[in-house]
Design a protein. Structure first.
Length: 310
């Protein structure tokens, strides 16, 4: 099995949650959300971890999270920042947030040389998702010249918050399991009569609860970095009118690659239930869910007890 890297996108500001949710404890021994992703990835066969963070949270992140991960795995850190832009482009002073998930992954180009899985820091994905991705990435390049990436697909009904709307990428796939496209729906909510989304806060349109949904659990080969670097300047030019808020997002880049037939993306279906902390009210439910998994024997009570780097 080739070397595999886990890339954790931890530079998000978490505005709806109201703080740096990446370092809020949820586990019985002080574990945070991403501890469970790293633990599941290492158990599945990943052997290196790269954290994407911001400079202003670096010290706290390394102190409260990085130290224990470093004892368990080869660990590296990459900084995502606003000034990582093409030559000749000026960053507006009013812009505060980094440029999105695609720019975050692009920042890893000098730190990742193997097939890799990219995940959010604040989402719980489930151990079978990591096992499926390790198996897929471990098969190596597919012949024919077109890169083959992968995405873990979650059932929409398993990805919702009980405390407000969520943004999700609802997917369309072929009969043999390859991604056709992703619809980015920004306001999805569960109602008594079904799951619906709105674009104007007035009209709510029903969605299939069994729809495959992207939770930013992506498997890539390093060839992706070149595609991102080529497309970032075009994104900045096209976004000039909305440059203070526009984001360079992985689902949109993947959609472009599929339409241009420059990549194929295998959807790896899972019945895992997503847990996350989109809203402060989600945190007690998340902690209860983790505790239930611990009591069921899925996780030890202390994930990193006695671990040392190999």
């Amino acid at each position: 099995m080739p070397s595999l890297t886990l890339v954790v996108m931890a530079a998000g500001i978490g505005s709806r949650y109201g703080g740096l949710k990446q370092i809020d404890p949820v586990g019985p021994s002080g574990e945070v959300v991403l501890d469970y992703s790293v633990y599941d990835a290492l158990r599945a066969g990943f052997d290196r971890v790269v954290f994407i963070i911001r400079k202003d949270i670096e010290a706290a992140f390394r102190d409260r999270i990085g130290r224990r991960i470093e004892r368990a795995a080869d660990t590296a850190y990459v900084l995502q920042s606003l000034d990582l832009v093409p030559p000749g482009f000026r960053v507006p002073e009013e812009r505060k947030k980094p440029w999105g998930t695609a720019q975050a992954i692009m920042a890893c180009k000098n730190a990742v040389t193997t097939p890799f899985l990219a995940v959010n820091a604040d989402d719980y994905y489930g151990r079978t998702a990591f096992a499926a991705m390790a198996d897929q990435l471990g098969r190596g390049p597919v012949g024919g010249g077109t890169p083959e990436f992968a995405m873990v697909g979650y059932r929409l009904e398993n990805t919702l918050s009980e405390h407000g709307t969520v943004a999700r990428g609802v997917c369309e796939a072929t009969a043999d399991g390859y991604l056709v496209g992703i619809r980015e729906l920004l306001k999805i909510k569960r109602f008594a009569d079904g799951i619906k989304h709105t674009e104007n806060d007035v009209d709510w349109i029903g969605l299939d609860p069994a729809s495959w949904t992207s939770m930013n659990c992506w498997g890539f080969a390093p060839v992706l970095f070149g595609e991102l670097e080529q497309r970032f300047p075009g994104f900045l030019r096209k976004s000039a009118a909305n440059i203070l808020k526009a984001e360079f997002l992985i689902p949109e880049v993947v959609g472009e690659l599929i339409r241009e037939k420059r990549a194929r993306v295998k959807v790896l279906p899972t019945r895992e239930r997503w847990f996350g902390v989109t809203y402060p009210e989600d945190r007690p439910l998340f902690k209860a869910a983790i505790l239930a998994l611990v009591e069921a024997g899925i996780y030890p009570r202390d994930l990193w007890a006695g671990t040392t780097a190999s």
